[in-house]
Design a protein around this ligand. Structure first.
Ligand SMILES: NC(=O)c1ccc[n+]([C@@H]2O[C@H](COP(=O)([O-])OP(=O)(O)OC[C@H]3O[C@@H](n4cnc5c(N)ncnc54)[C@H](O)[C@@H]3O)[C@@H](O)[C@H]2O)c1
Length: 347
């Protein structure tokens, strides 16, 4: 079933407010989730409202979010997320980093002590719209074994890089360092569907198509040892450097076993400090046009730039509504009921 972007935004905001979040922050966090749903990233969409609610019930997420700047010097800063909503710490870091990048040409703002920051493109694309290049990463609970290991150590630690293109469509690489985000395996488990055998290993280190066995085992990194190295590098940048938690001490957002300890890093570059903005935009336009003209491989009709698939999905969602499956609708309606709201989606 499809839902209007603003209807979903309102419902998600209301749930967060009922959970104890302050109105403006609830709107920002809801926006990060609804945008993810609109882009087809349902693993980091309104689905996250349920683990947020469950954590609040056991006092393992602190609302209203009190994200604060704990260190600030020139082009750099550290934000402490106060164990609140990840989107609030992420948005605060983004706003500080944007101002600093415009002043200094580049900036780096790190985050410690927060929770799941969601889909990184939410932040990097906002910076790109300001004419900046944004590089962001975050760490997460142990899910991947370091290459050669057989137990989960580092998270699916994603990296996103967004480039301003002078157009609505932003070049956005946004990917987990595992073959797939852990949420996709959780979704397959919920839908009782098998997973491809190159996504994960079971607890004995064997490839598996069973999502439940995969969740007990380890996720495979992208590109073997290269993805393993990337996940570790992200952990150093997002966990060790801000003075926060790092592998293997982070806790899963989805089971309330204590503070998750998520950290993140955001690096912004001002294009105009390197290249005249007009020259940059013209070159990017030619560059993207040349990518699209490359001879197509068998079975491909066109070549997409990173982020284009999600961008097209978002345009479609804004026009025709955001697609939610029955489980997602039930989960939201369940939260509306539990938080005392009379509203129900799809009724
Ligand atoms: N907060 C967290 O702890 C956490 C952890 C893991 C992932 N995530 C988020 O999950 C989301 C999904 O990650 P993922 O690794 O599953 O992404 P994905 O595999 O769906 O896509 C990865 C990248 O490949 C590009 N891409 C995909 N298909 C393409 C095609 N046909 N042509 C050209 N480019 C294409 C996408 O635009 C994207 O930039 C991201 O937003 C990420 O930030 C968050």
């Amino acid at each position: 079933m499809k839902f209007d972007y603003y209807e979903l935004l309102d419902v998600a905001s209301q749930i967060l407010i009922a959970c104890g979040e302050e109105k403006t922050n609830a709107y920002v966090a809801a926006k990060s989730m609804v945008k993810a749903d609109a882009r087809g990233i349902t693993t980091h969409g309104t689905y996250l409202l349920t683990p947020i609610y469950k954590r609040i019930q056991v006092n393992q997420l602190s609302l209203p979010t009190k994200a604060t700047v704990v260190k600030d010097s020139g082009a750099t800063a550290i934000v402490d997320g106060g164990d609140g909503l990840g989107a609030i710490a992420g948005q605060l870091a983004l706003e500080i980093a944007t101002e600093k990048a415009k002043t200094y040409g580049l900036s780096s703002v790190l985050i410690r002590n927060t929770n799941n920051v969601g889909s990184l493109a939410f932040y990097t694309e906002q910076a790109a719209k300001e004419g900046l290049i944004a590089i962001m990463s975050c760490n997460a609970a142990p899910a991947i074994a370091p290459w050669g290991g057989a137990e989960a150590f580092m998270g699916t630690n994603p990296v996103a890089i967004s480039f301003y293109t002078g157009k609505e469509l932003i070049f956005t690489l946004d990917m987990a360092s595992s073959v797939v985000a852990r949420g996709k395996i959780r979704k397959a488990e919920r839908n009782r569907e098998p997973i491809p055998d190159n996504w994960a290993l079971d607890e004995n280190g064997n490839p598996t198509t069973d999502p439940a066995a995969a969740l007990k085992g380890t996720l495979l990194p992208i590109g073997g040892p290269k993805g393993s190295a990337l996940a570790l590098a992200v952990d150093i940048l997002s966990g060790i450097l801000p003075g926060g938690s790092h592998a293997p001490n982070l806790k899963s957002f989805h089971s309330p076993e204590g503070s998750t300890g998520v950290g993140a890093s955001l690096i912004l570059l001002s294009i105009e400090r390197f290249l005249n903005i007009g020259e940059y935009v013209n070159t990017m336009e030619d560059y993207i046009a040349s990518i699209k003209k490359v001879k197509k491989a068998k079975g491909f009709e066109e070549i997409l730039i990173p982020g284009e698939l999600e961008y097209r999905r978002e345009l479609d969602s804004m026009k025709y509504g955001i697609e939610l499956d029955n489980d997602a609708i039930d989960a939201i309606n369940n939260l509306l009921k539990k938080t005392g709201s009379g509203i129900r989606l799809g009724e």
